[in-house]
Design a protein around this ligand. Structure first.
Ligand SMILES: [Zn+2]
Length: 399
């Protein structure tokens, strides 16, 4: 995804926000229908039926009719892709989009090619019903069939072209690496390296806490509240930028250093690692929060979303060289002797084998098991799943 800072005029900003509103309205309508389906298990409307409903909604609401139909249809298509990604296990469940947080829409097809270079530093995109909006050329504009326009929480506008990065050749030595999504670090490699995605610093966390407390005291709709919210948004935006940067660097590095990259199969991971709720002793019927969740705290979003983003990028850059391994028992099995027991896990961070005494960082142990490609199930060995070589999935909107 290559992203450029966009500088719309005040009038264009208003027009862009209007399109964002339409896309959000349509998306949320789809979320509502889908969530009703998961509750009642009735038939869920498919894309075609949803399009018909969109036509009806446009007939009923003049404000929606004023918008661009293709943008609204694209929001539906994006939603359907998001649902598919969710069932594939690579993405989180699609959720409601909120004002000021989720401001964006996507342009696909011939409209997306209306981009011109103005001079060395500036280019412009012709956005339907908005006009030519200028953006800063921080690098060359990639060939892309679609782009997304988005406003972040601090009010910065960006245009992002959905270009899939070129594959990077591997070293050709046959080097294999296992990558485990860690609890204490973002990713552990079977080489023993621990990679940490930069999260919020101590001072940033403190500031966030302080701002959130202040926000709670602000009266709704006040100027002060808006200012505090903007400051919070800035913190999140900065963390997001850092995370993206880390993902690009890490995926490039791994694709360059190793010929085969084995990661856990998220689809299976989702089933095996689903939080097992423990009944709360104080309040029967209620559940204690999941440990991994509670631990992650502020880093939660980074850990959860960062992983999917890293795997997606790896699949693009190390094209056809990413293999997915069943992660069952990788955290309980000794990478040295193969003994599998829940007692092997001395703590969240340390692995110590009860049979051979092998002691190592728990995430590294899991990464070595993943690198070996053995689906260390107690009963059977499961073959590894190779990622498709052709047509990598376009990244869905990363909010
Ligand atoms: Zn052992």
């Amino acid at each position: 995804m290559s992203r450029f800072r966009m500088y719309p005029t005040p009038a264009q900003r208003a027009a862009l926000l209007e399109q964002c509103k339409h896309a959000r309205y349509v998306w949320n309508l789809a979320v509502e229908q889908w969530s009703m389906w998961t509750r009642d298990k009735g038939p869920t409307p498919g894309y075609v039926k949803q399009c018909r409903q969109l036509t009806e909604a446009r007939a009923a609401f003049s404000w929606l009719r004023l918008g661009v139909q293709t943008i609204q249809q694209q929001a539906l298509r994006d939603f359907n892709q998001a649902v598919k990604n969710f069932y594939r296990g690579t993405h989180q469940r699609p959720t409601w989009r909120k004002v000021e947080i989720h401001e964006g829409f996507r342009i696909v097809g011939p409209e997306a090619s209306k981009v011109v270079k103005l001079n060395r530093k500036w280019a412009a995109a012709n956005v339907p019903k908005v006009g030519w909006v200028r953006f800063r050329l921080s690098r060359a504009v990639p060939e892309a069939k679609s782009y997304r326009i988005k406003r972040d929480r601090t009010g910065r506008w960006h245009i992002a072209f959905a270009a899939i990065p070129d594959p990077i050749p591997g070293p050709g030595t046959g080097a294999v690496v296992g990558v485990d999504r860690g609890v204490t670090v973002s990713a552990a490699l079977s080489t023993g390296e621990l990679l940490k995605c930069p999260g919020p610093s101590e001072s940033e966390q403190a500031r966030l806490k302080h701002l959130q407390r202040r926000l709670a005291r602000c009266s709704p709709g006040s100027k002060r509240r808006r200012r505090v919210k903007a400051a919070i948004a800035k913190l999140y935006a900065r963390a997001g930028d850092r995370r993206k940067d880390w993902t690009e660097k890490t995926s490039t590095d791994l694709a360059r250093r190793f010929d085969v990259i084995r990661v856990e199969d998220l689809r299976i991971a989702q089933m095996t690692r689903r939080p097992k709720p423990k009944p709360s002793p104080e309040q029967p019927g209620s559940y204690l929060p999941n440990r991994r969740r509670a631990k992650a705290g502020l880093n939660r979003g980074i850990l959860v979303n960062g992983w999917g983003m890293l795997v997606r990028r790896l699949e693009h850059k190390a094209l056809g060289r990413v293999q997915k391994v069943n992660p069952a028992y990788t955290s309980q099995t000794c990478a040295a002797c193969g003994h599998c027991a829940p007692g092997n896990r001395e703590s969240q961070a340390i692995f110590r084998c009860v049979a051979c005494g092998h002691q190592v960082n728990a995430d590294v142990n899991a990464a070595v098991n993943i690198a070996a490609g053995r689906a260390v199930s107690a009963r059977r060995e499961t073959p590894v799943r190779v990622s498709p070589k052709r047509e990598p999935q376009l990244a869905t909107p990363a909010w």
